[in-house]
Design a protein around this ligand. Structure first.
Ligand code: ARG
Length: 589
């Protein structure tokens, strides 16, 4: 359904068109100055310019037309402000009936922005055999929120984890196993079909850093790893089988983490899953005259005239025939175009990889792999820093593992609940569930509320607080409204279907009616922080409303039921907005 501003735009469009003014200027928006008007249309100024007329006079004419067209009593006050702003204040009855529509809206105020177009969202991107660290946290949280938002607004949104499973680290691990267990059938050419190497995540977390350091220290060792990588990619059966095993072990570990975080993926593909597409893709690029040899490697030039900075060629094959990060990303585009026919592909990846995506996108356009009609976006994000302003680390100086981070969050959430005397009388299992939900809300909201590209400081104390712009504050507000509604139900009171508005409820009512536009705005630039800001404003506005009037103790039944209805709508709004962000509201707290 539409927002109130959108409904008003329809009316001003009629007025503009009746007056022969360009309708594209008729847009009505929520006024920036709530004191002077609720809504505003700034279209008189540009229209006057074109018509060589006085903008204030045009504004007057539009107002007269609006009044003439207004048979339903929409407008309470129309006036001209400043150089020709059309200030609009609407009748309470109009807001009230809008809220009745909103309360009955099956989509709960979430706008329909697509007709089932497919969009692929590439996020998460953890690397096989490495513990997931906080660097992958931002990608997962933002990507999953965008997936939820796009799904809710009518896209067929597909989340793909795009595992890092095909680069040099794979050869480092394989060669390390070969050094440690030369007798394994993967290496002897024996039958490995029923061989179980008993690989565990703990083992991989030891073996990968060990091998990686060994390769750094010893060129000969590095050469072994390089060879193993190339052989793996070229289909060495034993290497492939071993690789499959440790990829599976890694995925199982990742799934645990992602489940705990409430992050979902539709596809568990990786860099390696498109390897079979590479040779044909490269042949095509050669035939087209785009791929060229460069010092033994095969590259594709992607620099364009007018580039302000140097954009180096994308490497397709290294000298040893191994493929690179860019090669698999390009082949992944071939795969996605073939399999999913998307209208958009969005990469939620660290901002520092922007050059990589520029290269990949350009190569994809040049080679005709992705036509211009399909949107390719790198929705980059900034760094999560520690209190020292440097990328977040553990106290020992290592990278923080995702599971440890979640554990810390839950620990802190328990403490916060104790301090606030919340969840006190619950059975232990429910209490733990609430603590988990508070922790996840804290971590996700702290991340999502920042402008995507900005860096932010990870501050566990602040993000878990029940006061301020935090996830726990929003959960608390939502739960508080629900408990109020429960109390009302116990006393036989029920939210009404009509909204009778007075000064106390008008600001909240107007704010609730902005929902569709806020969500649309957030998706425009893939900016979940807009949804966060909006949810926070709703919670705050609810607080003022709650502080300013009686609800359960209100003796006027019509007014009381209207206020209860406003409570119910606010609670639903908060739940819906938080769900779009991947944050779950507990039943009680
Ligand atoms: N595995 C990569 C990393 O850890 C992220 C993958 C991002 N997605 C992509 N299609 N390149 O940096």
């Amino acid at each position: 359904m539409d927002s109130l501003a959108a409904k008003l735009t329809t009316l001003t469009e009629q007025a503009f068109s009746a007056l022969g003014l360009p309708v594209e200027h008729a847009r009505v928006a929520v006024s920036g100055q709530a004191e002077s008007a609720q809504f505003q249309c700034n279209g008189a100024m540009p229209s006057a310019k074109a018509a060589k007329k006085n903008p204030r006079q045009i504004a007057e004419e539009v107002i007269a037309k609006l009044q003439e067209l207004d048979s339903e009593g929409v407008f309470a006050l129309l006036s001209v402000g400043g150089p020709g702003f059309i200030n609009i204040t609407v009748a309470d009855g109009f807001i009230g009936s809008h809220l009745t529509d909103l309360a009955g809206d099956q989509k709960e105020g979430v706008p329909k922005l697509a007709k089932g177009e497919t969009v692929i969202i590439d996020y998460g991107g953890p690397n096989v055999a490495k513990a997931m660290h906080v660097g992958h946290l931002r990608s997962s949280i933002i990507g999953d929120a965008l997936r939820r938002m796009m799904l809710a607004t009518g896209y067929k949104a597909i989340g793909d984890v795009h595992l890092g499973d095909w680069g040099t680290p794979m050869g480092q691990i394989i060669s390390e196993y070969e050094l440690r267990h030369p007798e394994w059938p993967y290496f002897t050419g024996g039958d490995f079909s029923s061989f179980d190497p008993q690989i565990t995540m703990v083992q991989l977390e030891e073996i990968y850093p060990f091998a990686s350091k060994a390769c750094k220290d010893d060129p000969e060792r590095a050469e072994k790893a390089r060879k193993a990588t190339a052989e793996l990619q070229n289909g060495h059966p034993g290497y492939r089988a071993l690789w499959t095993t440790f990829v599976e072990v890694s995925i199982a570990g990742m799934k645990n983490n992602f489940d705990a975080l409430g992050v979902h993926f539709d596809l568990w593909k990786g860099e390696g899953s498109v390897h079979h597409l590479i040779s044909l893709m490269v042949e095509r690029l050669k035939d087209q005259g785009f791929a060229r040899e460069d010092d033994g490697a095969l590259v594709i030039d992607v620099a364009l005239e007018g580039d302000k900075k140097e954009i180096p060629p994308l490497i397709l094959y290294k000298r040893d025939g191994a493929v690179m990060y860019g090669t698999t990303d390009l082949a992944t585009l071939v795969d996605r175009m073939n399999e999913n026919h998307p209208s958009k592909i969005i990469y939620v990846v660290d901002q520092r990889q922007s050059l990589h995506f520029e290269q990949v996108f350009r190569a994809a356009r040049k080679g005709g792999i992705v036509p211009e009609s399909v949107e390719l976006t790198h929705a980059g994000f900034g760094t999560m820093n520690g209190p020292d302003g440097k990328p977040f680390k553990t106290r020992a100086g290592g990278v923080m593992k995702l599971e440890d981070l979640i554990g810390m969050g839950v620990e802190k959430a328990r403490e916060r609940l104790r301090e606030a005397k919340l969840a006190e009388d619950m059975p232990p299992k429910e209490k733990e569930d609430v603590a988990h939900k508070v922790a996840i809300a804290a971590i996700k909201f702290a991340d999502l509320q920042n402008n995507r590209v900005a860096d932010y400081v990870f501050d566990l104390d602040r993000m878990t607080a029940f006061e301020g712009k935090t996830g726990p504050y929003l959960l608390y507000q939502a739960v508080r409204i629900n408990s109020l509604l429960k109390k009302a139900a116990e006393q036989g009171m029920k939210p009404g279907t009509e909204f009778s508005l007075q000064d106390e409820e008008r600001p909240l009512a107007l704010l609730l009616s902005e929902m569709p536009d806020q969500i649309a705005q957030a998706l425009k630039n893939y900016s979940p922080h807009i949804v966060c800001d909006y949810a926070y404003r709703v919670a705050q506005e609810f607080s003022s409303f709650y502080g300013n009037c009686h609800i359960l103790s209100e003796t006027d039944e019509v007014l009381r039921n209207s206020r209860l209805a406003l409570c119910a709508l606010t609670a639903r709004h908060l739940r819906t907005l938080l769900a779009l962000l991947g944050i779950e509201v507990p039943e009680r707290m």
